[in-house]
Design a binder for this molecule. Sequence first.
Ligand SMILES: [Zn+2]
Length: 329
Amino acid sequence: MRAGRIAAPKDTPARTAQLLAGLRRCGLAATTPPDPGLGPLKAVHAEGYLEFLRTAYGRWQALTEPGPEVLPNCFPYWNAQPGMPARPPCPSRHIIAEAGYYLGDLAVPVGPATWDAVRASASGAVAAARAVAGGEGAAYALCRPSGHHARADRASGFCYVNNAAIAAEILCAAFGRVAVIDVDAHHGDGTQAIFYARGDVLTVSVHADPASYYPFFTGYAEERGAGAGEGCNLNLVLAPGAGDAEIAAATRAAARATLNFGAKALVVALGFDSHADDPIGVLKVSTGGFRAVGETLGALGVPTVIVQEGGYALPVLADCLAEFLTDFA
Ligand SMILES: [Zn+2]
């Protein structure tokens, strides 16, 4: 749903084809990751939520006149405060109640292949993180669907399972202190929420001002973490229309925070929806603008997992990825 209309999805398989082309342009061969099982997902997500994703489509079919996909028609009240440790459990086990509880907006339908796709996407993040934990300097995970809006117990914004957070947990176990730098145009609200009270994971998000852009309810500079995580969350907000110079400066600020934090490993949540041509974007970054982003993050010189997030301008995706990776390397 977009502005009250059913809109054609922007997250299409053609994105994957373009990103694979970007890898080939860099001389990188993609491999299909093995299925790691649910263990790495359970390290981040509530078991009831994963069980919902696994079973929702089948349960939906038992409704009278079910639609083609699971989509909620009612939502529980939720106050959106990032310091709120947990929601009360869903008091009803009815599929319509659970759809409203676990699906946070109307951009996360659950169809017959959703669970398989979500697991395959997460498998890439797990494989990349395990490669880096095992000694590789860097690895790129071509994840689709994206993950950074997914909370421990809630899907939203095209995201079901938080691939970057899953990678960060694996790196935490291997390296101790980890930073997540999210340069997608949207605030990484799910990643922020998952690590908000953690002192061993720094979360930094560079994104368009949520006062006028999704996800609206979080992503503001005053959200700095809570409890043991006080000071370990940094939101770097870009004004609508910001371009190459602004994203480069914000990425440098994110890198400085990562150095000050003493991160031993890094997860980059990489989105290209800050590109000027993006059909749902408000920023004006050029294709070449991702070179400085890649160079700054690569210069940190720490073991790094790069997880693909958004980016919907099909004609430029391959070049954006190639520009980023070339200068990162
Ligand atoms: Zn995005």
